[in-house]
Design a protein around this ligand. Sequence first.
Ligand SMILES: Nc1nc2c(ncn2[C@@H]2O[C@H](COP(=O)(O)OP(=O)(O)OP(=O)(O)O)[C@@H](O)[C@H]2O)c(=O)[nH]1
Ligand SMILES: [Mg+2]
Length: 432
Amino acid sequence: MGIRISKRLLRVGLMLVCALGFLGLVLHTTGNEATTYYVDNTKEFVDSYKNWWNSAAAKQEEDQRIQAEQDAEDGKHPEEVPMDDSAKALLEASQPHEDVVDGDEDSTENATVKAVFVSLVRNEDLVEIVETVRNLEDRFNGKFHYPYVFLNNEPFSDIFKTAIENVVSSDVQFGLIPKEHWSFPEWIDEDKAAEVRATADYIYGDSESYRHMCRFESGFFWRHELMEEYEYYWRVEPSTKLHCDVNYDVFQWMKDNNKSYGFTVSIREFESTIKTLWKTTIEFTEKYPQFVAEDNMMDYISNDHGKTYNLCHFWSNFEVASLDFWRSEAYRKYFDYLDRAGGFFYERWGDAPVHSIAAALFLPSDQVHYFPEIGYFHNPYHNCPLDQHLWQENKCSCEPAHDFSFQGYSCTNEYYDFKKIPKPEGWKKFRS
Ligand SMILES: Nc1nc2c(ncn2[C@@H]2O[C@H](COP(=O)(O)OP(=O)(O)OP(=O)(O)O)[C@@H](O)[C@H]2O)c(=O)[nH]1
Ligand SMILES: [Mg+2]
């Protein structure tokens, strides 16, 4: 019975729709005013519905903004706000590859790691270091406010301190290097050292201060009392430059990813400056085999599994590294062993090969990291991202065609091979 009634109703409804349709068609073809009235009113209704919808959506957006501001004021982290599945998927897809950070991460306003910029510098380098610090603030530290330590073997002048204080966005301290960290140790024969300087025919071969500098950067900067409270440092030299914005917290990244040593440029050393460094290193590793990491980078610094040094090292004028590594027993003993051997004065051992050999041998290889995205310049070489996305994203001011990484004298190509990291597009054109 119920079905029969429903069918009848259905039939009546169908007829009504047909009749209305027919009437509409007649009105339309005759251009009747009633049609215009009908169409206009329908349009009006649709428009007012649209307006209502838009203002409701705007109100919802405004409410969300106010809530977010309130959450921020209450100290709630955005991650505590629940996310739907599609937002979560989007966020996961946008996470940077572990080894290349392009700066998409949100910046944190406050420094969270015990980290510091450290610069060994002379008063007469004022102009160059102020320019460098301004650029560092502009490209990185204006967002993070990590403190600075400036070190000198002579007291810093007032004008030097004022010029630096004028351009930094964070705390700054000026330290004097203790005499025993910048002088000949008692076992060094100073006449023999002077003779070496008189005849050495390599760069800075005649310089005594350069040798104190290299010894200090190898064995003492991390022992300075102003450095004691820190875990990580970023070394800053006058006349260097960052070519690209660094939008993520490099120190936090180092810590989160368990990295101990980070570099931007690697290069070959002048052999004549380190004639006995490798022999001395091998003696050390034979005496203390326990300090050599199992998964080390011997095959990056040696082409014959340790018989000889291939001269590859990380350029130490830029370093982001763990201070605890230099404070470790392995490194302290290594430095003492080298210092006793006398090569800082009887040859001209650089802190760059000393740091690099130590990092390559005493650290597991996954604790050493290359920063392709940190565009950097120290005369005469550039680290300029070849990856177009990195170059664009970080607003680089360098010319990728001038990148040093894959040129023949660099060792970054060897680093990629050793680590089996895919090379950026275009690297081959530097190898012809
Ligand atoms: N206070 C102080 N700092 C020095 C002295 N010599 C060098 N430095 C610093 O030590 C670091 C390395 O010195 P550089 O002269 O740049 O050595 P380099 O990078 O091997 O050579 P360049 O190609 O000339 O830059 C820089 O931060 C210098 O400012 C010195 O006698 N006193
Ligand atoms: Mg330099």
